[in-house]
Write a protein that binds this ligand. Sequence first.
Ligand SMILES: [Zn+2]
Length: 97
Amino acid sequence: MNDEVLRAKARDLIRAGRLPGHRPERVWGGAGLAGIHCTLCDEAIERGDVVLEVEVHSGEGASYPQLHVQCFSMFETALRDLESAPAVDQFGHENAA
Ligand SMILES: [Zn+2]
């Protein structure tokens, strides 16, 4: 899966609430264990790979999606994409007025 595909998928997961819509308060790094899958790319995180676990709070409580290091960096890029989007709309309204 290439970076653009992962970035678009990260934006979808943020909108769906499966990844946080802001920089997570807590991130843990560790070694992958057998049988876990990356929330972003859906591929296995191999035993011995570095895995990053983020904390997500929602109305239903906390969840802890686990991501490859490169998938986490795509998630951060997607966050910046979404943060910059509303500002463009606000300027658009000012220009229209
Ligand atoms: Zn991944």
